[in-house]
Design a protein around this ligand. Structure first.
Ligand SMILES: [Zn+2]
Length: 167
């Protein structure tokens, strides 16, 4: 009799833990990351990947776009410009200008600025390996500047009408 009660309590606990895990999983779902200027999709949270550079001024991990432990690296061009950068495997931004080799934040990579294909706003940088090999296009990656993009979920949240005036 007593063991039955324990069994019920135990199975309740297990189902609560499973439910809690499912909530955590849905929080890890893909979020669209948009141009702050026009709202065009620039990338998604599932394209974020870890690419750390010893050349960053400093860096930290944060929960961003529904993802834990996203590396944010602060890079500087000179005294005036500080860029908080997150690295992505893919982006819809359009590379502009010539490939630059000097002062690359990622050694052995060329870089050029990348702009929004819709409004032309600067959103970050694209990097490609100096020494190309077969399939090198896959090694290209993007460093998007945190202050130029915004999460779609956050935008939905702040633009939602209060329920009492939605009709
Ligand atoms: Zn734009």
């Amino acid at each position: 009799m007593t063991s039955n009660v324990w069994y019920i309590i135990l199975s309740l606990l297990v189902s609560m833990i499973v439910a809690f895990d499912e909530v955590n999983l849905t929080q890890q779902n893909k979020e669209n990351i948009l141009c702050r200027g026009c709202g065009l999709e620039i990338s998604t949270s599932s394209d974020i990947f870890l690419k750390s550079s010893a050349k960053s001024r400093y860096s930290f991990y944060d929960t961003l776009y529904g993802k834990d432990d996203v590396l944010v690296q602060i890079f500087t061009t000179d005294v005036f410009f500080h860029y908080p950068v997150i690295t992505f495997k893919q982006s819809t931004c359009v590379p502009t200008g010539e490939w630059e080799e000097t002062t690359s934040w990622f050694p052995d990579y060329l870089w050029k600025p990348c702009v929004c294909s819709e409004c032309g706003a600067f959103v970050g940088f694209v990097f490609k390996p100096v020494y190309s090999s077969v399939g090198a296009a896959n090694n290209q990656f993007y460093g998007l500047v945190l202050t130029t993009v915004i999460s779609e979920n956050f935008l939905d949240f702040i633009t939602e009408y209060p329920a009492n005036i939605s009709n």
